[in-house]
Design a protein around this ligand. Structure first.
Ligand code: NAD
Length: 292
């Protein structure tokens, strides 16, 4: 079997056309969605991610601002900025680019973001809502994956799905979203013995381990759908996913490339969440609560 590509870049392009319409509708009501990105330290990868996100904002007409801190900044300075952004009516979404320098308490900083502006979906209120089956803002990467599966009409209900990785950012919310769609989900982690035992029975494999080439074609069930979340920089400077594309694409029925797959969807979901936050900000119940 030779797998057909799931083209994240093409799906994202289609979504952007819809985003532009939503931004236009908001403009007619005097609202422009606004995203504030907070970048701490000088991690070159984070720099690239923030640049990509602000470029995407510009493309669809979302206002974006960047706030930068040196690696030696104090935690209370970051907290104070977030509190001022929470109160700023032109900012609808706040993004704290991870990872933060280890000195800083990432949990505390993320919990300071108002849940209504938490477009990354990392605030515990939003994660709790996802667990309870009433998602508000969901983490962008797994949300991008399920959006891809939905748009490609890939049957999730009744499938056996394996998620490799259990991070709060990707693996755990990914599992919850697949469960919500009726999949039977197994979540593997670095301590899992015989990963292949699980992957070889899976109709859908989502790889989010951060280990280049971890998933080989020989570990897959013929016809499986393979979603590669991994983004790994190889010593030669090239990007690689967690899936060995050459062997996996000979066994899978559908597969995402790296780059051009899940990464594009992640950025699209950030924009979607920011527009949603702006839409909710003018919906009546929100306005009533905010003015109390
Ligand atoms: P993480 O390091 O927080 O978590 C990795 C998880 O993988 C852990 O739960 C670990 O137990 C598990 N794991 C590691 N080795 C394993 C193995 N051999 N077998 C089974 N499980 C194993 O990473 P993360 O933040 O969840 O990111 C995972 C990958 O996804 C990274 O490559 C990251 O760059 C990428 N990522 C991509 C996007 C995107 O937009 N495409 C977004 C976020 C993260």
């Amino acid at each position: 079997m030779t797998a057909t590509l799931i083209d994240g870049a093409a799906i994202a392009r289609e979504l952007y056309a819809d985003f532009k319409q939503r931004v236009k509708a908001l403009a007619s009501r005097g609202v422009r969605p606004g995203l504030a990105a907070i970048l701490i330290g000088d991690n070159p990868v984070s720099e690239v991610y923030v640049r990509t996100k602000t470029r995407a904002c510009a493309e669809v007409g979302v206002h974006s601002v960047e706030h930068r801190f040196g690696a030696d900044c104090l935690e209370h300075e970051v907290i104070e900025l977030i509190e001022s952004l929470n109160a700023n009516p032109v900012i609808h979404g706040i993004l704290v680019q991870l990872p933060l320098p280890p000195r800083l308490d990432t949990g505390r900083i993320l919990q300071t973001v108002d849940a209504r502006k938490d477009v990354d979906g990392f605030n515990w209120n939003n994660l709790g809502a996802l667990v309870a089956g009433h998602p508000r803002f969901s983490p962008c990467t797994p949300l991008g994956v399920v959006t891809m599966l939905d748009r490609e009409k890939i049957a999730v209900e009744g499938s056996n799905a394996v998620v490799i990785g259990r991070s709060v950012i990707v693996g755990k919310p990914m599992a919850l979203m697949l469960i919500a769609r009726g999949a039977t989900v197994t979540v593997c982690n670095s301590k899992t013995r015989e990963l292949q035992e699980y992957t070889s029975r899976a109709d859908i494999v989502v790889a989010a381990a951060g280990k280049p080439g971890l998933v080989k074609g020989s570990m897959l069930k013929p016809g499986a759908v393979v979603i590669d979340v991994g983004i790994n920089r190889l010593p030669n400077g090239k990007l690689a996913g967690d899936v060995d594309f050459a062997s996996a694409s000979r066994v899978a029925s559908r597969i995402t490339p790296v780059p051009g797959g899940v990464g594009r969807m992640t950025v699209a979901m950030l924009i979607a969440n920011t527009i949603t936050a702006a839409e909710r900000s003018i919906a009546k119940p929100y306005a009533a609560r905010a003015s109390r």
